[in-house]
Design a protein around this ligand. Structure first.
Ligand code: DGP
Length: 114
């Protein structure tokens, strides 16, 4: 998508601190980290959020889950714990309209999620 920040990051048109890349997804450090480990994992295919996904994306989504698990191990938070979240829409404060999963770890979080 032409005016999507994350599409531009994936294409290398905007610089990012890349953590991982394969044919289907791209992972990079969040510009405004909220934890010692704060990585965004995004599909290369543009979708605004989970509401734009369909049956044909099942394999992609499973793949992303596996990548997130592997990254948690590589980034050293798999034993201590980590949180994976995706914001969708206004009430969740989604600020970038390209589906992305926050991988957060390296700190003791609270039980509260909102
Ligand atoms: P969300 O609120 O769930 O839409 O999160 C969007 C995240 O994207 C937010 O934590 C900041 C991050 N972000 C926005 N623009 C950029 C950017 O240009 N580079 C990087 N690395 N992260 C960005």
């Amino acid at each position: 998508m032409d005016n999507c920040i994350f599409c531009k990051i994936i294409k290398g048109e905007i610089p990012s601190a890349k953590v991982y890349e394969d044919d289907l997804c791209y992972a990079f450090k969040d510009i405004n980290p909220q934890a010692p480990v704060h990585v965004l994992v995004v599909p290369k295919k543009h979708a605004a959020n989970v509401l734009e996904l369909s049956d044909e994306d099942k394999m992609l989504l499973g793949h992303i889950q596996l990548v997130i698990g592997r990254l948690a191990e590589e980034l050293g938070v798999s034993k201590t714990g980590f949180r994976v979240m995706t914001n969708c829409g206004k009430d969740a404060c989604q600020s970038v309209a390209h589906l992305h999963y926050h991988l957060l770890g390296g700190v003791q979080m609270t039980e509260k999620m909102v």
